[in-house]
Write a protein that binds this ligand. Structure first.
Ligand SMILES: NC(=O)c1ccc[n+]([C@@H]2O[C@H](COP(=O)([O-])OP(=O)(O)OC[C@H]3O[C@@H](n4cnc5c(N)ncnc54)[C@H](OP(=O)(O)O)[C@@H]3O)[C@@H](O)[C@H]2O)c1
Length: 323
């Protein structure tokens, strides 16, 4: 089969389209014939092996899995011996390891039937970003109707879903994005938009009940100043930080500080699970959540797609299509 392969950590120049062996699903796995694959910062982290601490899991000297890709949508080709909930021919979406390929293995527990009415491209734009936004806005961070929510990094993959979900829950949403992103963020349901190049998140008249932080590596005291005295902050991500830890130390500091202050300071590590995919599927099928695809690239142009991601400013998701 054809796949995007990388033999060492590094830049997008190392991504090559090659013929490789088709993967064989384990007992609890499904072999998916990939039709589309989502592309986000997680792929950049797998590609570069950054932050360096992640190599303890990804492979110390080179990627354990040389085939790139994380999210996928496609048709079930075969199922492992213990898989009873999918059959060949089912259209599915979810976390497919090595999805920049004609076929990829996926844990059955991290897959669900594709939302009816969505294209494979739209379905591939949902899993990691949609589940992350869904989990970020759960528990104490789920806003009550009328509460004020700030989504930092509102025009990107996670942010576009966070804005939609917070608005769906009845919150008054303010989205933070760069110049040119305001119309897109408003279209996702934000009532207000802050341009991070000209305005400060603490500049407005009020404090937010929930802050979802996807970008910018703002120091904790700045985020806390934007938050209501009893509000909830969820640190989701943000590029930059040190070579060894990236932005991870900020999340750790938030968790350590949280018991000592009135605000609830959380760090999210999202988990791929079917129940959340099913919740997203239900919302998508009922027209309550859309999967915005900024641009698609054919498999052979994956390196170009990663360069687009690195330069920044995709509105919603970039998606790789597999013929
Ligand atoms: N915790 C988890 O489990 C988890 C899961 C998934 C992703 N993540 C992480 O979450 C982060 C966001 O992912 P994503 O897929 O949404 O990325 P993305 O698609 O690249 O979006 C980034 C967003 O941040 C905005 N932005 C850039 N610099 C900013 C700044 N200084 N202040 C405010 N906004 C800024 C961008 O706006 P412009 O384009 O207008 O500049 C864009 O809206 C990444 O770091 C990713 O690794 C974490």
């Amino acid at each position: 089969m054809k796949a995007i392969v990388q033999d060492a950590y590094g830049s997008a120049d190392l991504l090559e389209l090659r013929e490789v062996e088709r993967p064989v699903p384990r007992d609890d796995e499904v072999l998916v014939e990939i039709r589309a694959a989502g592309l986000g910062p997680e792929v950049w982290h797998l590609m570069t092996g950054r932050p360096l601490v992640a190599r303890a899991v990804l492979g110390l000297r080179k990627p354990k899995n040389p085939v790139q890709g994380w999210d996928g949508a496609g048709r079930v080709e075969a199922v492992g011996a213990k898989v009873t909930d999918f059959k060949p021919g089912d259209e599915v979406f979810g976390n497919c390891e090595g999805s920049f390929a004609e076929f990829a293995r996926a844990k059955a527990a991290k897959l669900a039937l594709k939302p009816a009415g969505l294209t494979f491209e739209q379905a591939a734009a949902l899993p990691v970003s949609g589940m992350t936004a869904f989990q970020a806005l759960s528990g104490p961070a789920r806003p009550k109707p009328g509460q004020k929510v700030l989504v930092i990094g509102a025009s990107g993959g996670v942010g576009c879903y966070a804005v939609q979900l917070a608005a769906l829950y009845g919150a008054e949403v303010t989205g933070v994005c760069g110049p040119g992103g305001a119309d897109f963020v408003r279209a996702q349901g934000a009532a207000h938009v802050i341009d991070y190049t000209t305005e400060d998140i603490t500049g407005g008249p009020h404090r937010y009940d929930v802050v979802i932080d996807n970008a910018g590596q703002r120091p904790l005291p700045v985020l806390r100043r934007a938050l209501a005295p009893r509000g909830t902050l969820v640190i989701v991500g943000g590029e930059g930080g040190t070579a060894m830890f990236g932005g991870l130390s900020r999340g750790l500091r938030a968790v350590l500080l949280s018991p000592l202050v009135g605000q609830n300071l959380r760090n999210l590590v999202s988990v791929a699970r079917r129940e959340d995919l099913l919740a997203l599927k239900d919302l998508a099928e009922n027209g309550k959540l859309v999967a915005p695809v900024d641009r698609t690239y054919p498999l052979a142009e994956t390196a170009e797609a990663v360069r687009h991601l690195e330069k920044g400013h995709p509105r919603g998701k970039l998606v790789i299509t597999v013929p």
